[in-house]
Ligand binder design. Structure first.
Ligand SMILES: Nc1ncnc2c1ncn2[C@@H]1O[C@H](COP(=O)(O)OP(=O)(O)OP(=O)(O)O)[C@@H](O)[C@H]1O
Ligand SMILES: [Mg+2]
Length: 255
C-alpha cells in the first residue's frame, strides 16, 4: 500500500457525488495530476466543469469524496492552489501591485515577488495603475501574476482567456505555458476552445453529462504527447481535435 513518494500524484481526486439542491451535478469523477502537468477539461455547457474546479479550489466543501494534494486531504482553500477565473476579478480600489500581492493581504505590493511577476507577465511598468486603467488582456496578465504569487503547486483556470481577442488569447496562452513550465506548476484549464486545450495540454479530459440527471463524468482522456514548442497547425493536434469532436458529437441529440 505504501507507494514510494515519487510515484504519488500531486493531485488525487475522487468525487463520488456532488449535488445542488438534490440534483446530482458530478457523478464519480476521478482525477489525478502529476507535478508540473498541464491538463485541460472540456465539455458542454452545464456539465459541471466549474463546479469541479470550485471543489478542487476548496471553495465548495459540500460533496462526497476527497481531494488530496500531495497526499494531504484538502479541507478548504490553500495557498498551494492558485485560481484564475474567466474575468480577472481584480479589486478596483487596489493598485496592480497590491492586487498581485493580494494573496498575502491588502497592500503588500512592495514585496519583491510582485516586481518579478509583473516583469514576467510583460507589465513591468504597471505596478501603480488601477484596474480601470488596464485593457482586458492586461488585466488577465495581472490575474495570472496574482494566481502565481504564492508559488502554488497547482493552478486552476476557468475559461481564462475567453474574454479577449484571438491574438491576445494566443499570446496569453504562450505566456501561461512559459510561466507554468518555468515554475513546474501543474495547471488544470477549463476551456471551450479545443485548439487551446490541445495546444496547451499534456492531456485533455472530456467531461460529459451522463444518466438521467445529466451529471458530469469524465468520459474520455486524450493524451497529447507532441513536443513543445508546438506548432498550432500540427497534424497530430488536428487529428486529436477530430477525436474530441467525435466525443462531443456523441452528445449532440436530435434537439
Ligand atoms: N450555485 C449553484 N446552485 C445550484 N446549481 C448550480 C450552482 N452552480 C452550478 N449549478 C448547476 O450545476 C450544473 C453544472 O454547472 P457548472 O457551472 O459547473 O457547469 P459548466 O460545465 O462550468 O458550464 P459552462 O461551460 O457553461 O461554464 C449546472 O446545471 C448548473 O446549473
Ligand atoms: Mg463553467
Amino acid at each position: 500500500m505504501n507507494a514510494p513518494p515519487q510515484s504519488s500524484p500531486l493531485l488525487d481526486v475522487h468525487i463520488d457525488g456532488k449535488e445542488y439542491g438534490g440534483r446530482l451535478v458530478l457523478d464519480h469523477v476521478s482525477l489525478h495530476m502529476r507535478r508540473g502537468e498541464i491538463v485541460s477539461l472540456v465539455g458542454p455547457t452545464g456539465c459541471g466543469k466549474s463546479t469541479l474546479l470550485r471543489v478542487l479550489a476548496g471553495l465548495d466543501r459540500s460533496f462526497k469524496g476527497e481531494v488530496i494534494l500531495d497526499r494531504e486531504p484538502q479541507r478548504g482553500p490553500s495557498a498551494r492552489i492558485g485560481v484564475i477565473f474567466q474575468e480577472p476579478r481584480l479589486l478596483p480600489w487596489l493598485s496592480v501591485a497590491d492586487n498581485v500581492a493580494f494573496p498575502a493581504g491588502a497592500h503588500h505590493g512592495d514585496e519583491p515577488r510582485v516586481a518579478e511577476l509583473l516583469a514576467q507577465v510583460g507589465l513591468p511598468d504597471a505596478r501603480a495603475l488601477l484596474p480601470k486603467q488596464l485593457s482586458g488582456g492586461m488585466a488577465q496578465r495581472v490575474a495570472i501574476a496574482r494566481g502565481l504569487f504564492a508559488r502554488p503547486d497547482l493552478l486552476l483556470l476557468d475559461e481564462p482567456f475567453s474574454a479577449v481577442d484571438a491574438l491576445t488569447r494566443m499570446r496569453l496562452q504562450d505566456l501561461l505555458l512559459s510561466l507554468v513550465q518555468a515554475s513546474h506548476t501543474a495547471a488544470l484549464i477549463v476551456t471551450h476552445d479545443l485548439d487551446e486545450a490541445l495546444y496547451l495540454s499534456d492531456r485533455v479530459l472530456l467531461m460529459t453529462p451522463t444518466g438521467r440527471s445529466g451529471a458530469g463524468r469524465i468520459a474520455r482522456e486524450i493524451i497529447v504527447d507532441t513536443a513543445r514548442p508546438r506548432d498550432r497547425r500540427h497534424l497530430t493536434l488536428a487529428q486529436l481535435r477530430g477525436e474530441l469532436l467525435e466525443g462531443l458529437g456523441e452528445l449532440v441529440s436530435v434537439s
